[in-house]
Design a protein around this ligand. Structure first.
Ligand SMILES: [Zn+2]
Length: 231
């Protein structure tokens, strides 16, 4: 019955690949099998304790493990999926991509030891404007596959993040330096946390979150993102 219903919906509003725009086949979700095959995977997950993403944090803060799913650049095929998620109100894509990434990473044991998922928060204004927080959607997808709970009230974003695409790296660093506040240290104290973002560029945003989370005491912070901008 549910399958029939889905087929009917598909007739009325065809589900299409977020990258190439072709219609999705029955079992495909968010992106088609061909685009999935061609996703430029970073393979961070194979060396989660030492890779280019980990190294963004090394001199700044102790980091557990870190991995991004694919290399990201604006306008690239993989970039189109992120763009759809952030600017085309395609909230479902966030959960579905989170699930796909989580299935692959679970197979490599990436989630072993992780106790809580912490999505990078948006300011209230930005969240209202967009209608959702894309990092929370990704976290929901990951949680659905791994069963790891989400602590989305632990951090709050206090500074408006501006239009990050237009700022240079230094301005961006300053912008996010004090952008987050730890609200509920008791939610995260003593736990192994997995910070989740959609794209990591300089690492400044996740670094700022990690420093704030560390104030709760005895935490290990790891990082997960869909996209990673090749340095
Ligand atoms: Zn496709």
């Amino acid at each position: 019955m549910i399958n029939l219903w889905n087929s009917l919906i598909d007739l009325i509003v065809p589900r299409v690949c977020a990258i190439c725009g072709n219609r999705l086949a029955g079992p495909e979700q968010a992106i088609c099998a061909a685009c999935n095959r061609h996703l430029p995977r970073t393979d961070h997950v194979l060396t989660p304790l030492d890779n280019l993403l980990c190294r963004l944090y090394w001199k700044q803060i102790p980091i557990g493990k870190a991995a991004a799913w694919f290399y990201y650049s604006a306008g690239s095929p993989a970039g189109r999926a992120i763009y759809a998620l952030k600017y085309h109100h395609q909230a479902d894509i966030g959960r579905l991509l989170g699930e796909m990434m989580a299935r692959e990473f679970r197979a490599e044991g990436f989630f072993e030891g992780i106790e809580l998922l912490v999505p990078v928060p948006l300011t209230r204004g930005r969240q209202r404007q967009r209608g959702y927080n894309q990092s929370l959607l990704i976290a929901e997808g990951v949680s659905h596959i791994t069963g790891i709970p989400i602590a989305d009230k632990a951090l709050r974003r206090v500074h408006f993040d501006g239009s990050q695409t237009q700022n240079d790296i230094e301005a961006r660093r300053q912008n996010v330096k004090n952008a987050f506040q730890l609200r509920h240290p008791e939610h995260v104290k003593g736990r192994h946390l997995l910070l989740i973002d959609d794209v990591v560029t300089t690492g400044a945003t996740t670094l700022s979150c990690a420093k704030e989370l560390a104030k709760a005491g005895e935490v290990t912070v790891s990082v997960l993102s869909l996209g990673f901008v090749r340095p």
